[in-house]
Design a protein around this ligand. Structure first.
Ligand code: PXL
Length: 260
């Protein structure tokens, strides 16, 4: 049977990020995609003009409707908007029984907030304890841990601090590190593992984080171990970035990238 994967995320109608990117990624990895909408954005690759967060009860009902019929092998959350939605998802996650990947989206690629301050506190206090994997970028790790994160030693300290908040595993993404190597740090079972890749010089990276977390979620849904899921997902994002940069195009636009 084909495993299912669930995304609980915002809509990006341009198709580059958000649940649209997640569904495309799930499909490339051969899993059946389910998508619960948390918020609607009005945006294209250049600008975002509006965010409308959905009612928390509506989010909860969507989750219950889909998971009670087809139980996914894994789920991810992306943009959640506010504390009420974070709470709804955290309460639903109490009975998941399958791994939950938390991509702690705080702002859009163009800098618009996609989670307010109260929402960030709710995420740290109530959602992180439900996370099988938390995968912040440097800014998100700093915002959640409460200190600057800008190099490998501070990434390691942030991973430990976020694990202490209850996330079972933490992947701090080093895509924004200085230098031409992007190192991601996975903190799992008390140990840190580094995943290094040469930085792909590309101007348009909209959707990279969503695609990365969706790829990991798809692999977890198939039963892949976490380190191997990170390996395969990172390679998939690298190929997507390369394809996009070679054509001057958008990540997720070209169908030619095969899951690895
Ligand atoms: O990449 C973070 C992200 C998540 N979700 C939605 C977005 C974005 C970035 O723009 O639009 C809906």
């Amino acid at each position: 049977m084909v495993p299912a994967a669930l995304t609980i995320a915002g809509s990006d109608p341009s198709g580059g990020a958000g649940l649209q990117a997640d569904l495309k990624t799930f499909h490339r990895f051969g899993v059946y995609g389910q998508a619960v909408v948390t918020l609607i954005t009005v945006q294209n690759s250049r600008r975002l003009s509006r965010v409308n967060v959905l009612d928390a009860g509506l989010v909860r009902e969507q989750i219950e409707a889909v998971v009670s019929e087809v139980r996914p092998g894994a789920a991810k959350v992306g943009a959640l908007g506010n504390a009420a939605v974070v709470d709804s998802v955290a309460r639903a996650a109490e009975s998941f029984g399958f791994p939950l990947v938390v991509d702690p989206v705080l702002i859009s690629s163009t800098g618009t907030p996609l989670l307010d301050d109260e929402g960030r506190r709710a995420m740290a206090g109530r959602l992180l304890p439900r996370a099988f994997l938390l995968m912040p970028n440097l800014d998100e790790a700093a915002a959640l841990a409460g200190f600057p994160v800008s190099d490998l030693p501070s990434m390691r300290r942030a991973a430990e601090a976020l694990a202490a908040l209850g996330a079972q595993n933490v992947l701090v993404k080093g895509g924004h590190l200085a230098g031409d190597t992007a190192v991601d740090l996975l903190f799992t079972e008390g140990r840190a593992h580094e995943f290094a890749a040469k930085r792909v010089p590309v101007a348009r990276t909209h959707g990279t984080g969503c695609t990365y977390s969706a790829a990991i979620t798809a692999e977890l849904a198939k039963g892949t171990s976490l380190p191997e899921a990170v390996n395969r997902a990172k390679e998939f994002v690298r190929l997507a970035l390369e394809t996009a940069s070679e054509s001057g195009g958008l990540l997720n636009f070209h169908a030619g990238v095969d899951a690895v």
